[in-house]
Design a protein. Structure first.
Length: 313
């Protein structure tokens, strides 16, 4: 398999590592030439020391002019980057490749199709890992420079789309040692989970990234999540799954904020602050879309507007 990973951030590096282990011929699609060097990765484990791994130097392409055709393209960039001139130009070289979009938003299918990706070649994927550049902080358990990642238990990378497109992707990732599965109906689940969790994380930002502060006052977060889910329900014409609905319950938000740090092998508050500060433009874009759709449908969005107004303040 010839694979192109667009975006060489933490998620792209972990994906490239497992694709190369499966025997795939992997290249990165990047904005700047020479921007991808060999990387040290650290696979985090709950009760044991991290495992040091190495991603070798891979070809970095800023253009696909003259490049050999790819079998699959993974888009690891945020939603707001799907409309960038760089990606619009790069997409001309995707040819007949399967295109895997890992963006989580309500309107991201439209953005992916606008790149020129035929829906018969489009696969949507759920990123079910945590990945970040190290060291995360002066007290984190990995102090060397590199990329740390963690696969939550019982959470395979899930993919939805035409069976003939999804199954080769899943098989390749499994050969590379990554848990992956085809999950019909994933796209709807993904949009609901994104709406609820995006609001929760941004409510956490309003609390100074303090999980204890969110636990002490969960009601505004839960109310904004409930409004976000109502917008998605109206757009998709279906009820929210159980999981996202739980994020709209204040008592469960408080419980989750108290207990979550005990179940991850990294500093959760620091990770959330670093990662979601980096992707703030994507959050602003997706929250703005929820607010506009809600207004157009005549739904209450005042709590959502409050979260959006505080984003980045």
């Amino acid at each position: 398999m010839r694979a192109l990973v667009v975006g060489a951030g933490a998620v792209g590096q972990v994906l490239a590592l497992h694709l190369t282990r499966a025997g795939a011929d992997v290249s990165f699609g990047v904005r700047r030439p020479g921007s991808v060097r060999p990387v040290t990765l650290f696979r985090l484990r709950a009760t044991r020391a991290p495992v040091r791994e190495a991603l070798p130097q891979l070809e970095a392409l800023t253009s696909l002019d003259g490049a050999q055709p790819f079998d699959v393209v993974f888009l690891t960039v945020p939603s707001d980057a799907l409309e960038s001139p760089f990606l619009l130009e790069l997409a001309h070289g995707f040819g007949g490749a399967t295109v895997v979009g890992l963006q989580p938003g309500l309107d991201d299918r439209r953005r992916l199709v606008a790149l020129g990706v035929d829906e018969s070649r489009l696969v949507r994927g759920l990123i079910s890992l945590v990945a970040f550049h190290t060291p995360l902080s002066p007290t984190s358990n990995v102090q060397d420079e590199g990329t740390a990642y963690w696969f939550p238990p019982l959470s395979p990378w899930a993919f939805d789309g035409p069976r003939e497109r999804v199954e080769p992707v899943v098989a390749c990732l499994r050969r590379g040692g990554m848990s992956a599965a085809r999950r019909p109906g994933l796209e709807r689940e993904l949009v609901f989970f994104t709406a609820a969790l995006l609001v929760t994380v941004r409510a956490l930002e309003a609390k100074g990234w303090s999980l204890s502060a969110l636990s002490a006052d969960p009601a505004p977060s839960a109310r904004a999540s409930a409004q976000a889910l109502a917008v998605v329900e109206r757009q998709l014409g279906t009820r929210s799954p159980l999981g996202p609905s739980l994020v709209a319950k204040a008592a469960l938000v408080a419980w989750g904020a108290r207990l979550a740090p005990a179940f991850v092998p990294f500093e959760l508050e620091t990770y959330l602050r670093v990662h979601f500060t980096k992707v703030a433009p994507q959050s602003k874009l997706l929250l703005g879309e929820l607010v506009r759709e809600g207004r157009a449908a005549g739904l209450p969005v005042d709590a959502l507007e409050g979260v959006l107004a505080q984003l980045g303040a």
